[in-house]
Design a binder for this molecule. Structure first.
Ligand SMILES: [Zn+2]
Length: 331
């Protein structure tokens, strides 16, 4: 019996793999165009994660994950590549590639349903990202329920999901943009600069929504209890958000202050290719990490491993990523 059962499993596995092949080939083609390589052999569906912080209902939503080769060309670009590889190895991670998640956040307050960042959008769907709306619906929320969309910054993986077929993805929402970020990306000079592709996306996805937007400066109140804070460096107007519930409990949304749960935290000084002002981004990283470690605050980081909710422990000049496990969950 045992032998035939094994045989049965082996046969179905092969048949199943055969059925999946056309889909995988498509995904690989699109991702290869972006210079990324899709790894085979894993299927996962992280979906959404919801918890209460006092009176606030907080949901993290997976827009998908993406693999990139050559971590040393993204993190620690001012270091010897061997040093970057050694740190990855020490942390039991592959040295040849890394995987990042994309995690928009939804917060339900008394009167608002606020979405922070919007994922990569429809253009990335074939490559396995752009899943925000699907996950939003799975969590019981329709796009038209969202009352306010706030952006940490205007990189494509945060603004790509604002539009769907050239129409606003969240038709009833108002918007909140960083004033400095908006002014930088909508400056006509940007369309003739190394950032021209991203500036073109801002012109297409963000600018048409400006008449429904409020513009945030450092320390602006988004809604009562949620404050925008300047965290410049990754982009010129990058914002993070301090979220305080009615019982005084606080959570930080750190956007792209840190982009990798090991490399950004353990070596906050290292220069990162994605950071537009590398020195300022490193200073901001250390300041924000120091604050959340000292105050023992939970944080949600856009590119952290799903559900992207964690704490930070200070260890000399380095920081350790401590995933939230049951501190905030009522089980
Ligand atoms: Zn990002």
């Amino acid at each position: 019996m045992r032998v035939s059962r094994r045989h049965f499993i082996a046969t179905t596995t092969v048949a199943g793999a055969g059925l999946l092949m056309p889909q995988r080939a498509g995904a690989e083609g699109s991702a290869a165009a972006n210079g990324d390589k899709v790894r085979k052999g894993a299927v996962e569906n992280p979906g959404f994660f919801r918890f209460m912080l006092g009176d606030l209902e907080i949901t993290t939503l997976s827009d998908g994950r993406r693999s990139a080769n050559n971590p040393e060309k993204i993190y620690g670009i001012d270091q010897d590549p061997k040093v970057v590889a050694a740190l990855l190895e020490e942390n039991l991670l592959p040295t040849g590639h890394l995987v990042n998640g994309f995690t928009p956040v939804l917060i339900r307050t008394g009167g608002e349903l606020i979405l922070f960042d919007t994922g990569l959008g429809a253009g990335a769907r074939d490559a396995g990202q752009g899943r925000l709306i699907e996950q939003l619906k799975a969590s019981g929320v329709m796009p038209e329920d969202v009352t306010l969309v706030a952006l940490t910054h205007f990189h494509g993986d945060h603004i790509g999901g604002l539009m769907e077929n050239d129409r606003p993805s969240f038709p009833n929402a108002r918007y909140a943009f960083g004033r400095k970020e908006f002014d930088f990306w909508t400056d006509p000079a940007r369309l003739d600069s190394p950032q021209k592709n991203n500036a073109a996306l801002v012109a297409k996805n963000v600018k048409p929504l400006a008449d429904k937007a409020v513009f945030l400066d450092d320390r602006a109140e988004l809604v009562p209890g949620i404050q925008a804070l300047a965290a410049y460096g990754h982009t010129p107007g990058h914002l993070i958000f301090r979220v305080t519930a009615s019982d005084g409990r606080t959570l930080m949304l750190t956007g792209d202050t840190v982009n990798h749960f090991v490399l950004s935290l353990q070596r906050p000084d290292w220069h990162v290719a994605f950071d537009m002002d590398k020195e300022m981004a490193a200073q901001t990283r250390k300041r924000v990490l120091d604050m959340i470690a000292t105050d023992r605050l939970p944080f949600i980081g856009y590119h952290m491993p799903f559900p992207a909710l964690a704490y930070v422990q200070k260890n000399g000049d380095s920081y350790r990523y401590v995933p939230e496990t049951y501190q905030l969950r009522e089980i």
